[in-house]
Ligand binder design. Structure first.
Ligand SMILES: [Zn+2]
Ligand SMILES: [Zn+2]
Ligand SMILES: [Zn+2]
Length: 370
């Protein structure tokens, strides 16, 4: 994630802010420019480069505190993250509405990365077959008193998140119950969208053979594999080959887990780089001087990432918090990360250059780096 400042007063502001705490201007994030814009009246947000582009806030600003912008003349009312929602919770239920707000915040973090990579993200209205959609569902009490539970998962482009995951205590209870070292909303989104991009970047692109050589044969019975995982647990040596024990359940889960980690690594490195954090490589302290979304190889990313996680884990321990990154990257995992890196970078290269008026300093760097 990049750093942002208020266009009106220059104060540092954050990705999730809707108002500047210093000058009280309304803030809006414009995803295609990856810029935070401000507007004292909260109505017209002007691009800083005087090209005449005007933006307005997403219609979800009040319901889910969505601070994303869309062009003022766009016939859509929702931003490009919110327009993928198929089902949202009943907003008359205040608790459900609060959980949804936390979920949407994490979803915008996901979309930030997807937009930076220019990954395909059609809505179901644009492409019923290949579109991406989200359902945020609450468990339902049926007339007979039984509870109908909704599982978090992905099927044909539809990502379902059980809104109970938006409740910190409940998510922590599930994390402990499942014996997981890490369970977050951002992690859920990055994992589930990994399944979606397996369909788009592997299956649609005819790269199954290349995938199978690294992750195994995904034609293995998925239901039986998951059952086996929950009954017998992961192989004893799973850490030698997988980023998490769950990744060992089935090649699709391995891909989704590894995809999520690729997102964690790239976005966290961008954050570290944009704040000027220095990490030590072979005894030498150096800044992350490249844009990890578009530059650097997987060995470059890992060379920056590992020392950074050592430091961050140590700081968290000083604060009595769990490790920031409780994972170990083995050689086979690095090779799988390489595969995902190539899928994304190949896609980036094939993406058409945007219209001149959409180009910004960030996009200029972006296009000149690929
Ligand atoms: Zn301000
Ligand atoms: Zn929105
Ligand atoms: Zn999964």
């Amino acid at each position: 994630m990049q750093r942002f400042s208020c266009q009106t007063c220059g104060n540092e502001v954050y990705f999730e802010n809707t108002r500047c705490v210093h000058c009280n201007a309304h803030l809006g994030f414009e995803p295609t420019r990856a810029e935070m814009l401000s507007a004292p009246d909260g109505l017209d947000f002007h691009a800083p480069d005087d090209e005449g582009d005007v933006y307005r806030l997403c219609a979800n600003i009040n319901d889910s505190a969505c601070n994303w912008l869309l062009p003022a003349n766009d016939p859509e009312t929702l931003c490009l993250a919110c327009r993928h929602n198929k089902v949202i919770p009943n907003l008359a239920d205040q608790h459900a509405a609060n959980l949804w707000r936390a979920i949407e915040q994490a979803k915008r973090v996901l979309f930030y990365s997807l937009v930076r990579w220019r990954l395909p993200m059609p809505t179901k209205a644009e492409d019923e077959q290949r579109g991406l959609a989200f359902s945020f569902l609450a468990d339902e009490v049926m007339p007979d008193g039984s509870v109908k539970q909704h599982l978090t998962g992905h099927a044909n482009g539809l990502i379902t998140i059980n809104i109970a995951e938006g409740d910190d205590a409940e998510r922590e209870r599930r994390r402990t119950q499942m014996n997981e070292p890490y369970r977050t909303l951002v992690g859920h989104f990055r994992h589930e969208v990994g399944h979606y991009y397996w369909d788009r970047l592997v299956a649609d692109a005819g790269k199954e053979e290349e995938f199978r050589a690294l992750f195994g044969d995904e034609r293995a019975d998925y239901g039986a594999a998951l059952q086996q995982h929950y009954n017998a647990g992961p192989p004893i040596d799973w850490a030698n080959n997988y980023i998490s024990s769950y990744a060992s359940a089935h090649p699709w889960e391995d891909f989704a887990e590894t995809f999520a980690h690729y997102c964690h690594i790239v976005d966290s490195l961008e954050t570290a780089g944009t704040f000027g954090l220095k990490v030590e490589h072979a005894g030498e302290a150096g800044r992350i001087h490249y844009d990890p979304y578009t530059q650097g190889s997987v060995p470059d990313l890992i060379e920056s990432w590992v020392p950074l996680t050592v430091v961050m884990n140590a700081i968290n321990r000083s604060m009595g918090q769990p490790d920031l990154y409780p994972f170990v990257l083995s050689k086979p995992v690095e090779t799988k990360l390489e595969f995902i890196h190539r899928l994304i970078r190949d896609h980036v290269r094939q993406t058409m250059m945007p219209r001149k008026e959409r180009r910004t300093p960030f996009l200029e760097r972006f296009w000149s780096s690929i």
